[in-house]
Write a protein that binds this ligand. Structure first.
Ligand SMILES: [Fe+2]
Ligand SMILES: [Fe+2]
Length: 199
């Protein structure tokens, strides 16, 4: 596969990811309890719409269509965000669940944009590289802002009393079973690792 094809695949993946975020960010903004976090999500939604537009511009420049890929990675991250929105935690702890998910999203985007910028540069697509770099900058700033907001939320959450343990619901039981399966699947390799370390 030529680099140009890899590049197109990757920016189609990002196009899907950004579109998924345009749909997901309003839920986060609506769900956030802290007003600053609410605003941050709302502002980043507007920026994200710009990210979709920039990608569209690149496809137009290259005379290619933007659709064709679905970003499974972003689908998974958004699913985790949805889970955080369903938590019945108190204010700061609840918001920390949202910021945790949101920082993961931004870092996923940062990794994606960094990769396609390197490809665009290698392909001498300087206009595309410039557009992608403008988006990367906004992703990095968003990640920093979310991290900065997490700090006071964490301090407030540390003062919250511990919540009493409730029995697991069906979803939690299912997650616990999968977690156990993850552990069991890793066990043979971990055993080898232990044996090598001891030798
Ligand atoms: Fe984005
Ligand atoms: Fe973003």
């Amino acid at each position: 596969m030529a680099l140009m094809d890899v590049f197109l695949d990757e920016i189609r993946d990002l196009y899907s990811a950004e579109n998924q975020l345009v749909k997901a960010l309003p839920k986060l903004s609506k769900g956030a309890k802290d007003p600053q976090l609410k605003t941050l999500f709302a502002d980043h939604l507007e920026e994200t719409k710009g990210h979709v537009e920039r990608l569209k511009q690149i496809f137009e420049m290259l005379d290619e269509k933007p659709t064709g890929k679905h970003c499974n990675g972003m689908e998974g991250l958004i699913e985790e965000g949805d889970e955080a929105l369903e938590e019945d935690a108190e204010g700061p702890s609840f918001d920390l669940g949202l910021t945790g998910g949101a920082v993961r999203v931004e870092h996923y985007e940062i990794a994606g944009y960094s990769a396609v910028i390197a490809m665009a540069n290698t392909l001498s697509l300087s206009d595309a590289a410039n557009l992608l770099s403008a988006t990367l900058k906004e992703e990095e700033t968003a990640a920093k802002k979310i991290t900065a907001l997490s700090d006071p939320l964490m301090k407030a959450a540390a003062k919250q009393p511990a919540e009493e343990k409730k029995p697991m619901d069906g979803k939690e039981k299912y997650a616990a079973r999968l977690s156990k399966e993850d552990e069991e699947a890793a066990a043979p390799e971990l055993k080898k690792h232990k044996a090598t370390a001891a030798a």
